[in-house]
Design a protein around this ligand. Structure first.
Ligand code: AOS
Ligand code: ZN
Ligand code: ZN
Length: 384
């Protein structure tokens, strides 16, 4: 297979929430032409696929993307040339969850949180989605606030109930995050905790790795390698961070880290569509336009992937086994320092796409059209 063949097969899932208004706890800057409902979010995501050719799925978030008829939403997606990807649950915007959701000391609250996932599983059935994505905001702010250990037991029981409700073609994908919204102890702070719960649940429970969910300096490619070894890397939330869970455009803060991650993925053969790793963006575009922001992000992933594919695997193995430290590092750096933009432009041309996706999107007039058309109604926002 040529590099073009591999890149042609790569897919990147887009988050519906990237197209709505978003911001920080200080301010949400509203943009014109932002989608007013999930149908318009999907239409915008389809634009990203149209100009990149590698973003054919959209993740939904429940209840932000609540509609009456999910068969109809799935039909709409198909008409736009995309499909529905992972269904994300929401355990962080309900007053009942102040002290936790799946780990809450009260059985009544835990039951409510489990029931929300049954609702998400129904959405999966209607839309043809196969991944239930669960990020748990639960945790403690103060030592002694609750029993660390009892919360793990409650979590295991709640997850087992959810897992038991899945259809045979469904997976439960479980995200971890080392801090925020809780600051003393998150209930799923790291990949080890997520993996232990997945192992207890069964074969269709997999870990989700989000770039922004680690302490500064963490070697993320090591975690990638370890989870791939265990066959439990279910999904990868791409984004970029300088300080915390910044959710900036993937590859913007540290393109070299993204390359190292993609190198590990390529080395393990995990890029293939049947590898079981769902590569998705988990980002917000607070100050930049959203559709071109997503296009740029997809292109950044493609560039890092192309560079990773340029690493001469045979020469690298030889350098590694002969103890050629500088030679091995040089091979990796040579690939990283190659300008792959012409290669990707050629790839797009061979697929009947424009060489310059952002330029083509700008020239299409879609941005002006949505500003003119999307008047009235309430614009969707992160959390709306
Ligand atoms: C939260 O920090 C996680 O990254 C989630 O995966 C994501 O941002 C979103 O909340 C989807 O539920
Ligand atoms: Zn995430
Ligand atoms: Zn996050």
């Amino acid at each position: 297979m040529t590099i073009h063949d591999v890149l042609r097969q790569q897919t990147i899932e887009l988050p519906s929430w990237a197209f709505g208004n978003s911001g920080t706890r200080f301010k949400v800057f509203a943009q014109q032409g932002v989608p007013r409902d999930p149908y318009e979010k999907i239409a915008d995501a389809a634009q990203v696929h149209r100009y990149t050719g590698v973003a054919p799925r959209v993740s939904l978030h429940i209840p932000w993307d609540l509609v009456d008829d999910y068969d109809d939403l799935a039909r709409h997606a198909k008409e736009q040339g995309v499909t529905i990807g992972a269904i994300n649950s929401n355990l962080f915007q309900d007053d009942d969850y102040m002290l936790g959701s799946l780990t809450h000391p009260s059985a009544t609250v835990r039951k409510k949180a489990v029931a929300h996932h049954l609702q998400c599983i129904d959405v999966m059935r209607a839309t043809g989605s196969t991944d239930l994505k669960l990020w748990l905001p639960d945790g403690l702010n103060y030592p002694g606030q609750d029993s660390l250990r009892a919360r793990q037991d409650r979590l295991a029981d709640s997850l087992a109930e959810i897992y038991a409700a899945l259809d045979p073609n469904h997976r439960l994908i479980l995200e971890y995050k080392f801090f925020e919204p809780a600051f003393y102890a998150m209930d799923i702070p790291d990949w080890g905790t997520s993996l232990l719960h997945c192992l207890a649940l069964g074969d269709r429970a997999m870990v989700v790795l989000d770039t922004g969910h680690h302490a500064p300096g963490t070697n993320i490619e090591f975690i990638v390698a370890q989870l791939l070894r265990a066959g439990r890397l279910g999904a990868f939330d791409f984004n970029s961070r300088f300080y915390a869970d910044d959710d900036l455009m993937v590859g913007s803060a540290d393109p070299f880290q993204l390359f190292r991650i993609m190198h590990e993925i390529v080395q393990s053969g995990a890029l293939a569509p049947d590898s079981g790793v769902n590569f998705m963006l988990d980002q917000c575009h607070n100050i930049e336009p959203k559709i071109p922001g997503q296009i740029r992000s997809v292109m950044n992933v493609q560039e890092a992937t192309a560079k990773a594919l340029l690493v001469d695997a045979d020469a690298l193995l030889e350098a590694q086994t002969s103890g050629d430290v500088l030679g091995a590092n040089g091979l990796v750096m040579d690939a990283y320092n190659t300008d792959v933009r012409p290669l990707l432009a050629e790839l797009r041309e061979s697929q009947g796409l424009d060489r310059d996706p952002i330029g083509a999107y700008k020239a299409s007039g879609y941005a002006e059209k949505i500003v003119a058309e999307r008047v009235g109604g309430t614009q969707a926002g992160w959390g709306a």
